[in-house]
Design a protein around this ligand. Structure first.
Ligand code: NAD
Length: 393
């Protein structure tokens, strides 16, 4: 039986593992943490909707058959010549490796950005952002420094917009709890392009902007960040915005390990794959999610959880087919829609080609969560995640 190593327990890696369990195929899963984190809901975690630990699930809860070996280790390289994945603690030989290590922030070489901004990329960073904002409010009570209550979010893609929507709904409760007036807070979302949410239509972009502005977010389009220093954001116009909370959501690129391992990559560091999600450089390596440069309709697919999940299913089938010398199945992406939450109860988006906004879009977004939890572990996972949702103020 072929030895299979899945690298990374993100949306794609976990789905591949579940397929192997169904096929009674043993595998090894190596991941930095003992848990799978719901990266697509991190804005909620950072923006105080629920407790941070509600946004993860232990891998031992997902993989319940004794077939799989789950290893908590951080992968540092891939030795393709010797066919082994190398972690900080051990090495993992493979006949087939599936790589789904997710994305890292893209800083575009902007001076000071990586050093002086926070990024929303993991549960740890969500906790860091949330704690930092709470600490700024507490410190404001002592020194009345207005820049402690100014939050600048760089980039108005889906990540930035969902984050500011969440923040603006969380801050009144936080201010109330800590005894300062909410109107003193200022949330600025700074976007270089002429419009927010590049993935959506003009109509939905306008709707989203007006909802967020009516809730109190200051959206600044055509405004490019050119430098960041400690507690200061420099704009192309020459303006300097003083803020003690700076969060960068201006784009992502694939985990740098792929380039280091010598894969042929695209401009965003994603490894090129063929129609079967197999690396163009190595038939024993399959690449999924944000790490795969899969060309569809002339361009690479966007890095979304929806597609990573679909890739995880196909890749598991193809690894088994390749090892059994049967026919592999081409990956057929199905983009079912794109939804952005604009706070706790409303959203905008496109579902099955139909535009939606307001409360129905917010509800549709909630339903996507239930659907994903169902895929992950049926009713057991849906009800597990429903239980501990304690709203925090
Ligand atoms: P993005 O690349 O989609 O958006 C980043 C935004 O930052 C862009 O609008 C860009 O113009 C802006 N920007 C870049 N440089 C700037 C600068 N110097 N100053 C000001 N603004 C600047 O990034 P994202 O929102 O992190 O999304 C990454 C990927 O993940 C996308 O493919 C997205 O579709 C996906 N995603 C999907 C969801 C969802 O489906 N709900 C949620 C989050 C992310």
């Amino acid at each position: 039986m072929a030895s299979i190593v899945i690298v990374g327990a993100g949306y794609g890696g976990v789905m591949a593992g579940l397929q192997f369990e169904k096929a009674l195929q043993p595998f090894t899963l190596v991941n930095k943490h003992s848990y799978h984190q719901f990266i697509t809901w991190l804005h909620e975690a950072a923006g105080g909707r629920h407790q941070i630990d509600d946004y993860k699930v232990e891998l031992s809860e997902i993989f319940r058959q004794r077939l799989s070996t789950i290893i908590k280790d951080e992968v540092v390289s891939i030795d393709r010549t010797q066919r082994k994945v190398i972690g900080k603690h051990d090495e993992y030989p493979y006949d087939y490796a599936i790589i789904g290590l997710g994305s890292a922030p893209e800083f575009f070489g902007i001076p000071g950005l990586s050093q002086y901004s926070m990024q929303l990329r993991s549960l740890e960073t969500a906790r860091q952002i949330r704690t930092h904002i709470e600490q700024q409010v507490k410190a404001y009570r002592d020194d009345r420094d207005q820049s402690r209550l100014r939050i600048v979010v760089g980039g108005a893609g889906l990540t930035g917009i969902e984050f500011v929507g969440e923040l603006i709904d969380w801050l009144p409760g936080l201010c109330n709890r800590l005894g300062i007036p909410n109107h003193l807070f200022e949330v600025q979302n700074v976007e270089a392009a002429p419009a927010i949410l590049p993935a959506l239509s003009e109509n939905l972009q306008h709707k989203a902007q007006s909802v967020l502005e009516s809730k109190g977010v200051r959206i600044r389009t055509n405004t490019k960040i050119t430098q960041v220093m400690q507690d200061a954001v420099y704009l192309e116009s020459g303006e300097i915005v003083e803020a003690k909370t700076i969060v960068w959501t201006g784009g992502v690129r694939a985990n740098p390990l792929l380039q280091d391992a010598g894969f042929t990559c695209d401009g965003r560091g994603r490894a090129k794959v063929n129609e079967y999600l197999q690396s163009v450089d190595d038939e024993h390596i399959f690449i999924i999610g944000d790490n795969a440069s899969f060309i569809s309709a002339g361009r690479p697919l966007p890095p979304t959880a929806q597609l990573a999940t679909q890739m995880g299913v196909t890749v598991a089938q193809n690894v088994l087919a390749h090892s059994n010398q049967t026919t592999m199945k081409p990956f057929e992406p199905k983009i079912l829609g794109t939804l952005a939450s604009l706070g706790r109860d409303v959203g905008v988006g496109l579902v099955g080609g139909v535009q939606t906004s307001g409360a129905p879009a917010g509800l549709a977004k909630e339903l996507t969560k239930v659907k994903y939890l169902w895929q992950l572990g049926g009713m057991r996972m849906v009800s597990r995640n429903r239980k501990p949702l304690v709203r925090e103020y």
